[in-house]
Design a protein around this ligand. Structure first.
Ligand code: 13P
Length: 253
């Protein structure tokens, strides 16, 4: 099955309302000005307050959440449940972003619970995995991303759609980008792991995005690799021109 190319912006805790609304408008207009091929998807993951107004009413633009609770409903002050998100038109959710893992203590078990809650509500999880610099230096990259993958997908059945984002922690917000070879090597290992754990059809259908200082200047090279199925973009997604120019690098001419 052909997998889509996905260009996604993770806005993190940015920007203030007026700028966010202008950014959103520019991205929506930019998408409408391009003829998106059927296999190219564009997504943004803005902070939660933006979701209600945009999710489900943004045409071709996918609007996703940056995190989800493992509980659906109930006395969980501050939590954002998957079914609630779904009811507001949200279709995708990031799970296990390294900032969630490092600042908020999300473990593999937390990620699994969140992933299962997302699935139960019919949301498509975008599972983020990636090693830190000391882990890479110690030659542990494959072990770490395999542990994160297996940990989150323990109960995953093959039939349900999934997106994976490989985001080496040392490349996030640092201006250091993994070389296309480094990224492709990790992506091939992740795809091999999906094939080994489930089957070739599932592995081939699952888009694996690269994240970590993706910019207009390096997008074409990264996206040129057959195993890199798109990008999860932080900083450069906060500027419509940069984000759209990365999108252009994904649209075949
Ligand atoms: P930067 O593109 O700012 O490095 O962030 C990447 C990221 O964390 C996307 O989720």
């Amino acid at each position: 099955m052909a997998r889509p190319t996905v260009i996604a912006g993770n806005w993190k805790l940015n920007p203030p309302r007026e700028q966010g609304e202008a950014l959103y408008r520019d991205v929506v207009v930019g998408i409408s000005e391009r003829s998106l091929p059927a296999n190219v998807q564009v997504a943004i993951f803005p902070p939660a307050p933006y979701l209600g107004g945009w999710a489900g009413s943004s045409g071709d633009l996918i609007v996703g959440a940056q995190d989800v609770a493992s509980e659906s409903w109930g006395a969980f002050t501050g939590a954002l449940g998957a079914e609630l998100l779904r009811g507001f038109g949200v279709t995708h959710v990031l799970i296990g972003h390294s900032e969630r893992r490092h600042h908020f203590g999300d473990t593999d078990a937390t990620c699994r619970a969140k992933l299962e809650a997302a699935r139960a509500a019919g949301l498509i999880p975008v599972l983020c995995v990636g090693e830190t610099e000391p882990e890479r230096d110690a030659g542990e990259t494959f072990d770490i991303i395999r542990r994160q993958l297996d940990g989150a997908l323990e109960a995953q059945s093959v039939a349900e759609p999934l997106v994976i984002a490989y985001e080496p922690v040392w490349a996030i917000g640092t201006g250091k980008t993994a070389t296309p070879e480094m990224a492709a090597e990790a992506h091939r290992y992740l795809r091999h792991s999906l094939r080994e754990k489930w089957n070739a059809e599932f592995a081939d259908a699952t888009p694996i995005l690269y994240g970590g200082s993706v910019k207009p200047s390096n997008a074409a090279t990264l996206l040129g690799d057959a195993d890199i199925d798109g990008a999860l973009i932080g900083g450069a997604s906060l500027d419509a021109e940069s984000f759209l120019s990365i999108l252009d690098a994904a649209i075949p001419r």
